[in-house]
Design a protein around this ligand. Structure first.
Ligand code: SF4
Ligand code: SF4
Length: 490
């Protein structure tokens, strides 16, 4: 029976001009589908909500096609991506085939185009997919590569002059203000909220803010340094988190090289001991049911030292020994200290063999989920458009699929592009919907690839521009090329 297939639990649908976005809250996967595919999924979703079973004719009307193979492939992909499934208690294999046969009638009609080769890379979305919320820029840690300190030190961000007049600090929103920001994000249909800082745990209200976001359907990620305060507070918020990402500081990596312990290393060891308690004993029953899918990952900054010799490979081995199974490699962005930047900014040639090194690490560690941030999209430059499209690589997504909120509620195209000139407005005062669609700043970034200044430079003439375009943090001006790209070094 057709009614034996359904949307997987926690799959969200969002209608878009081109069809829709499908987001699986459990896996974090987002898929773009065209109108017909979206219609099909909406029908499954309505079916779940309605006690009245539709007739098979309603499917036939929407999905008749003379290209049965394409339809079968489409259905199979939806199964593989865990977007649709069979209802509990049914035999997956036999029912899948049965269901597919029933919705593959032999009539002539249009073909479902599901992420086909003609599907454009960059579409205007009705809302961001994810929002990065720097809930505070305050922090007691002294990480040398912290970019929040650079943002706070940017004199153009100060109003009135003087150390205490940085608007992002003095206007940090209180609990109600932070929740109001989250409400606006939810109302827009955003899927994911990434909370970071500064050090988020320096605030004493995370245990109110994070559950508030999660209960409204947002998938919540939290990025933090790890210290004693964090460890103490985590049990209260773990049930509401999907991902806890630990920023690994250089002292922790150096501790591995010098065989010494550091506070962060000790805290990470403690974290994984605590995690085992959360998930394998009855001592925290409230955590067992809701947080069993919590991912604990590490962020590793690729500075010059990290890329030298075998430091990267050794560091990953060390982090895996500590217990991490998900590691995200971050492109090194300018920190507060100019001297530090000059000594640690990698040379482009250091990226030349990075793709091969990453492949080698993955081969050795099949259980490791190793990811790269969008600033490193040039590592994917040799993909074909079809491969990039299928893998969901979009390159720079500033103002196109993502946006950032500063502690005072002001918004920006990316968490790395927080400065007065890139401020699109303030969520407390303005409507997010109109800011997202009409702000000149967001339009500038999302339409970058169409601008003449960009089209004429090295990134604009690059075959990989649709799934890369270079990181705008490094471009001297918005439309300039990314000077850190290793392409010219080949
Ligand atoms: S500017 Fe673009 S590529 Fe760079 S970090 Fe921001 S979103 Fe990613
Ligand atoms: S030239 Fe620009 S678009 Fe091409 S791979 Fe390099 S950074 Fe990416």
């Amino acid at each position: 029976m057709l009614m034996d297939i359904c949307l997987c639990p926690d799959v969200r649908l969002r209608q878009e001009i081109f069809g829709g976005l499908v987001f699986n809250k459990r896996t974090g996967t987002t898929v773009e589908v065209d109108h017909r595919a979206f219609q099909f999924l909406t029908m499954l979703s309505d079916l779940d909500a309605s006690p009245i079973a539709p007739t098979a004719n309603s499917y036939i009307y929407a999905y008749n096609t003379n290209q049965e193979n394409k339809l079968l492939k489409f259905i199979q992909e939806l199964f593989d991506l865990k977007i649709i499934c069979t209802k509990p208690g049914t035999d997956l294999r036999s029912l899948k085939l049965d269901a597919i046969k029933k919705i593959s009638p032999h009539h002539n009609n249009k073909v479902i185009t599901y992420r086909s080769s003609t599907f454009p890379f960059h579409q205007l979305l009705s809302a961001p997919e994810s929002v990065h919320y720097a809930i505070t820029y305050r922090c007691n840690h002294k990480c040398p590569d912290c970019y929040a300190k650079r943002i706070m030190a940017d004199r153009s961000n100060y109003v009135g002059g003087g150390e205490n007049s940085c608007k992002f600090i003095t206007n940090e929103l209180d609990t109600n203000g932070a929740m109001a920001i989250i409400d606006k994000i939810v109302a827009m249909g955003v899927f994911q909220l990434a909370i970071g800082g500064g050090s988020p745990f320096i605030r004493t209200d995370l245990e109110k803010i994070i559950p508030h976001a999660s209960r409204q359907g947002l998938v919540v990620h939290l990025t933090t340094e790890l210290g004693n305060d964090e460890l103490m507070c985590l049990p209260l918020i773990v049930p509401y988190l999907s991902c806890l990402q630990i920023g690994i500081n250089s002292a922790t990596i150096n501790s591995e090289l010098s065989h010494k312990s550091t506070p962060q290393k000790d805290f990470i060891e403690q974290l994984f001991i605590e995690e085992k308690k959360w998930f394998s004993t009855q001592s925290h029953p409230s955590l067992l049911s809701s947080s069993s899918s919590l991912l604990i990952g590490a962020n590793l900054m690729l500075n010059r030292t990290m890329l030298e010799g075998s430091t990267l490979e050794n560091s990953i081995e060390f982090l895996m020994k500590l217990g991490f199974k998900q590691i995200t490699l971050l492109r090194y962005k300018p920190p507060y200290s100019v001297e530090r930047w000059q000594s640690e900014n990698p040379r482009p040639y250091q990226f030349l063999n990075l793709e091969g090194r990453i492949a080698g690490i993955k081969q050795l560690n099949s259980e490791l989920n190793l990811r790269i941030d969008c600033g490193l999209s040039f590592l994917e430059q040799d993909l074909t458009p079809e491969q990039a499209r299928f893998a969901g690589f979009f390159g720079c997504v500033a103002g196109g699929r993502t946006m950032a909120v500063a502690p005072d509620g002001s918004i920006y195209p990316c968490s790395q592009l927080v400065s007065k000139k890139f401020c699109a407005g303030n969520l407390l005062k303005d409507h997010l919907d109109s800011l997202w669609k009409d702000s000149t700043v967001f339009k500038t970034f999302r339409n970058l690839r169409n601008k003449r200044n960009f089209r004429e430079n090295a990134c604009g003439t690059c075959l990989a521009k649709e799934w890369c375009s270079g990181c705008r943090v490094f471009a001297h001006e918005v439309y300039d090329n990314d000077p850190g790209c290793p392409k010219g070094e080949r």
